[in-house]
Design a protein around this ligand. Structure first.
Ligand code: FES
Length: 358
């Protein structure tokens, strides 16, 4: 299992460190880009883990914003890369052992090359810095995937895309595909300022009259839910990718008149739902950690050991899976957890204590 190193919790997609209050209260568990659900049903899909490992050569490196670099990747032998659909991401294996997920943001389905974009988070877990500082043209990058938990439903008639910051990466190819399919779409793209809104030119280039730009520094405030959803009628499907506060704002507002699905993807852990406190015993160190109702076991483990392995923080990549030696697990993962396994980023305990092989 790869090891990841982080010293603090991740910033949001705008690069702000301060947590949204709602999510601070509920913080605990950890899909970019992560998962999708219906506003009325809030179902979650199970995602098969992708174990296929590929390598690609970096053919281009470009600065999309002061803190965002884009890498273009190609098959080292000049062949085609694995097929993908808009909303898909790849799991990058960094030289340090960290694993990080990045959405494919090139033209929909393109296989001659991929493009990913990475926002540098100075005080994050180190993955984005490693991506920025390690990879240049001609370097080889190892990845798994692509896989997709954030599909565009192409028989949708009306679609609103709500974008926050680097959340543009899965949405851009979705917009391009929606346009190709003749879907009646609109988009609102919000960010702290235009220069920090990567790929803004490419989003507006698809159809300028369909895109609303909300730059906080021009409007003097964050976008209210009513503005984010101004173009969403009762039958409009909404796709949103952005920071937790934006997701929650849209989800809450959309719940009030949900006749059409809300699809979303996260770059950060989802809140714990119906959490009950439990004890987590780490067999190797014989430490017992108290996991409160509103935090994940992974979150608590990271306080204890910042090198604890994780990637998606949302229960589908399998990176955080640990062997269970005793206790009963409340399995909440979207990928398979065996009878003696636990995805510590999302799963919890049914018994008072769970002993894990860590
Ligand atoms: S970190 Fe991906 S399943 Fe836990």
């Amino acid at each position: 299992m790869s090891q990841t190193i982080w010293s603090t919790r991740p910033a949001d997609l705008y690069g702000r460190r301060k947590r949204d209050r709602f999510y601070t209260a509920l913080w605990g568990v950890g899909v970019l880009f992560g998962g999708f659900a219906s506003a009325s049903r809030w179902t979650t899909s199970r995602i098969a883990p992708v174990r296929r490992t590929n390598s690609a050569v970096v053919t281009k490196r470009e600065l999309l914003a002061p803190d965002v670099v884009a890498l273009t990747l190609a098959d080292p032998d000049g062949g085609l890369l694995p097929s993908w659909t808009p909303g898909a991401h790849i799991d990058v294996r960094l030289p340090s052992g960290r694993r990080r997920q990045y959405s494919l943001c090139g033209p929909p389905g393109r296989r001659t090359d991929y493009r990913i974009a990475v926002r540098r988070i100075a005080d994050g877990g180190g993955g984005s810095i490693e991506m920025h500082d390690t990879f240049d043209v001609d370097d080889i990058l190892v990845f798994e995937g692509p896989r997709n938990a954030f599909h565009l439903v192409t028989d949708e008639h009306e679609v609103l895309f709500v974008i926050g910051g680097i959340g543009v990466t899965p949405i851009l190819p979705m917009i391009q595909l929606a346009h190709q399919h003749g879907i009646n779409w609109r988009a609102v793209y919000a960010g702290r300022s235009r220069q920090y809104m990567p790929l803004l030119d490419e989003v507006t280039a698809v159809a300028p009259d369909r895109v609303t730009v909300w730059a906080d520094d021009e409007r003097g405030r964050l976008p209210p839910a009513a503005d984010l959803l101004a173009d969403a009628g009762p039958t409009t499907a909404v796709y949103v990718c952005g920071p937790p506060a934006m997701l929650e704002k849209v989800r809450t507002a959309r719940d009030e008149h949900a006749n059409a699905p809300l699809h979303y993807e996260r770059f950060s852990p989802p809140p714990v739902v119906d959490g009950v406190p439990f004890e987590l015993e780490l067999a190797h160190s014989q430490r017992v950690l108290r996991v409160p109702a509103n935090r994940s076991a992974l979150d608590v483990m990271l306080d204890h050991d910042p090198t604890t392995a994780y990637s998606c923080q949302q229960g589908f990549c399998g990176t955080c899976k640990l062997k269970v030696l005793a206790g009963e697990v409340d399995r909440r993962g979207r990928t398979t957890e065996g009878d003696d396994e636990m995805l510590v980023c999302v799963s919890r305990a049914k018994s008072d204590r769970v002993v894990i092989d860590a």
